[in-house]
Design a binder for this molecule. Structure first.
Ligand code: RVK
Ligand code: MG
Ligand code: MG
Length: 345
């Protein structure tokens, strides 16, 4: 296989995110039994096949908000927070039933009320002033990792600006930096010489530095941070024994919080680069998608983040064409990926 070109990597990541969201959505919040997993496999096989007819699989808030981020990068080559906030609010007003997070709609309501004069205030008021640590800032941020492929020094600043419109808790923001930084590394790598050790040894120090900066002196954080979770990812991947789902979920989680979903998506992406017991596919993209959904929980978001990483590494040639065609708005997302590429180079 030839090394994928940069445009293919942009398309792979953007379309991977869309496919993960659309295919993960029907399983959101579930714990899948072996029977459910067999149904999932059959359903993905049908969607990949040439003759299957079905209504388009709907995207959710993940893709709706990602689209706003891409449009903003195309138009401004930057994150213009007022424009991006306006776009989030307009998207939500036009289609409120895309499965948005439980609390984020309160931010949209307050932004409308203050007529976008205070962009970050409403997010800071969430959860009694603690801010949201949901994965909503991370689920939409992969395009910033792409956009910064040749300017990685801008990544943290752009991600923070995009996150702070809805998420002010350090875990919500740092989770977004982690996802974008992971995409940014994938887009630079040749899949033929890709090793999880090397990938994690680039990513972990970045998170260590970032998390040092967001530490509050004298206050010890109560839960794990992303550096610790990435070390868990490495321990799991290096385990000489077959991994059970319980081991993975007990260590990494699969819920709507950034800390218990972004490292999980990174683990899924890394594990799916090799064979996975019970998943019969030679294609790392299909393995990423099927494994992410089979782990249950926040399936739309975790599959979307994991598939956007595999897409950024391998390019769009691994995304089964028929499967992509079953996803709502796939043509529009192809165009957006092309334009994002043009505005980034
Ligand atoms: C439904 C307590 C907190 C918290 C805090 C919890 C869509 C709440 C997408 C909240 C994604 C939820 C996901 C989501 C994205 C966050 N204290 N609980 N400080 N911070 N939570 O509302 O955009 O699926 O239970 O800010 O981050 O597909 O309802 O939204 O999976 O996390 O939602 O946080 O959600 P929000 P979001
Ligand atoms: Mg969603
Ligand atoms: Mg979700």
């Amino acid at each position: 296989m030839q090394q994928p070109n940069l445009l293919s990597k942009f398309r792979g990541s953007v379309l991977g995110g869309l496919v993960g969201d659309c295919c993960g959505e029907p399983y959101e919040g579930q714990v899948l039994t072996d029977g459910d997993k067999a149904i999932l496999r059959r359903s993905l096989n049908q969607l990949e096949g040439p003759y299957f007819k079905a209504p388009a699989k709907k995207y959710t808030d993940d893709s709706a908000m990602t689209r706003s981020v891409i449009r903003c990068l195309i138009e401004h080559k930057d994150i213009n927070t007022k424009e991006l906030a306006t776009s989030f609010v307009k998207e939500h007003a036009a289609e409120p039933n895309r499965g948005y997070g439980g609390a984020v709609v309160e931010v949209f309501r307050k932004l409308l009320k203050n007529k976008f004069t205070d962009i970050v205030g409403p997010a800071q008021e969430q959860f009694l002033g603690r801010g949201s640590y949901g994965n909503g800032a991370a689920m939409r941020v992969s395009p910033i990792g792409l956009f910064c492929y040749n300017k990685p020094e801008k990544l943290v600043e752009l991600v923070k600006k995009s996150a702070e419109i809805t998420h002010s808790h350090s875990l919500g923001i740092n989770g977004a930096v982690l996802q974008a930084a992971a995409v940014n590394i994938c887009v630079q790598k040749d899949p033929k010489t890709f090793f999880h050790d090397e990938f994690l040894s680039e990513l972990i120090p970045k998170m260590q530095e970032l998390e040092k900066e967001s530490e509050v002196p004298g206050i010890k954080a109560s839960g794990p941070n992303f550096t610790q979770q990435l070390k868990e990812v490495k321990t799991l991947l290096d385990s000489p024994n077959p991994l059970s789902e319980d081991e993975v979920l007990n260590a990494l989680g699969h819920d709507v919080t950034a800390i218990y979903s972004v490292p999980t998506a990174i683990f899924i992406f890394l594990r799916a680069q090799g064979p996975i017991e019970g998943i019969q596919s030679e294609n790392p993209f299909r393995r990423t998608l099927e494994y992410a959904i089979s782990l249950g929980g926040d399936t739309d978001t975790i599959a979307s983040m994991a598939c956007s990483l595999t897409g950024a590494l391998h390019g769009d040639s691994l995304i089964p064409e028929n499967l992509l065609k079953h996803c709502e708005a796939h043509g529009e997302f192809i165009e957006l990926a092309n334009k994002l590429y043009e505005s980034s180079i």
